[in-house]
Design a protein around this ligand. Sequence first.
Ligand SMILES: NC(=O)c1ccc[n+]([C@@H]2O[C@H](COP(=O)([O-])OP(=O)(O)OC[C@H]3O[C@@H](n4cnc5c(N)ncnc54)[C@H](OP(=O)(O)O)[C@@H]3O)[C@@H](O)[C@H]2O)c1
Length: 348
Amino acid sequence: MTTTAGLPDRIEDESQLETLLVAPSAELVEFAASLSGPIVVLGAGGKMGPTLAARAQAAIDQAGADAHVVAVSRFSDPAAREWLKGYGVQTIAADLLCQDSLSQLPDANTIVYLVGSKFGTRQNPSHTWAVNTIAPALAMQRYPTSTFVALSTGNVYPFSPIDRGGSLESDPLAPVGEYAYAAVGRERIFDHFSRQDGTPVAMIRLNYATDLRYGVLTDLATKVARGETIDLAQGYFNCIWQGDANDLILRALPLAESPPRPINLTSVETFSVREVATRFAELMNCSVRFSGQESETALLSNASQCSELLGAPATPMQQVIRWTADWVQHGGRLLGKPTHFEVRDGAF
Ligand SMILES: NC(=O)c1ccc[n+]([C@@H]2O[C@H](COP(=O)([O-])OP(=O)(O)OC[C@H]3O[C@@H](n4cnc5c(N)ncnc54)[C@H](OP(=O)(O)O)[C@@H]3O)[C@@H](O)[C@H]2O)c1
């Protein structure tokens, strides 16, 4: 059964989920027709990289373009590498903190940069700084004449008043906590090399991709299903279906500029933790308990620029909420990688 938007009513299993996550939009296929040569995806082995790389390859195939995707990561999870090969994506195992590894990568006009490190910052802050600042420096030095779309995060902004509608790209960066400082460091490194070499960069400030196996919605649904108390202090959030996030990341390539152009990528709507958790309880036919009260601020981004330039995310979040409730209730596989979106002191 499908819903009015042509989306399935429920997602039965991972195979159906992955089919949905890698299917490119018509707009992405149209854009892919303009691509040529290798499209190098750096940091492709994490939560977003595999489905992003496979979606890009599918768009290229459907467009009949003379291009191919090269997914680069250490592939700490070897299953991600095997999965990518199944979608016709070339893979290269490389440590992107190592200059020699970069020199062995193929030349490419187009780079999708996903490398990052967030969790474990409290225990090992220097690793977070190294990954988030040295790796971008090496990548920008390796590909000074390429066009980049590079992932940043909404964590570069301070918490903003709920009724303001989220931080704008033009707002001053005022990160909370050491991971967020390192994320600003990542942006500053891209900015430095972009100005020095004229390298065009679209800097994507993403707030919470969600794909049923992980994400803010999965975190909330899981807590509700387990009968855990939901803390309301971080009372509001934005999030986006991972398929839409990946589609828009790739379609942002023509927006790359020097100096880099920041683009907030998330839902246009702001979601209330209380309302979404209550909806999960309804959908899963259980009760929900809350503690505390909503703070007057939250980590929120304003996605108007992205919607105006590229269109709003195509997948309605109310549909994603229904999929997530069903997935969690029926024991769908979870990555076991919580977002910790509720953290307000910036310690990850
Ligand atoms: N997912 C979200 O909701 C979200 C939200 C905001 C921002 N972002 C940003 O979007 C990007 C992608 O997100 P994600 O969720 O896919 O992140 P992720 O799961 O942390 O994936 C990033 C990948 O980068 C690779 N990497 C790290 N150090 C590396 C190194 N030295 N050499 C080669 N590869 C390295 C790792 O894969 P290997 O272990 O295979 O090397 C890692 O899995 C990240 O930069 C993140 O900051 C994501």
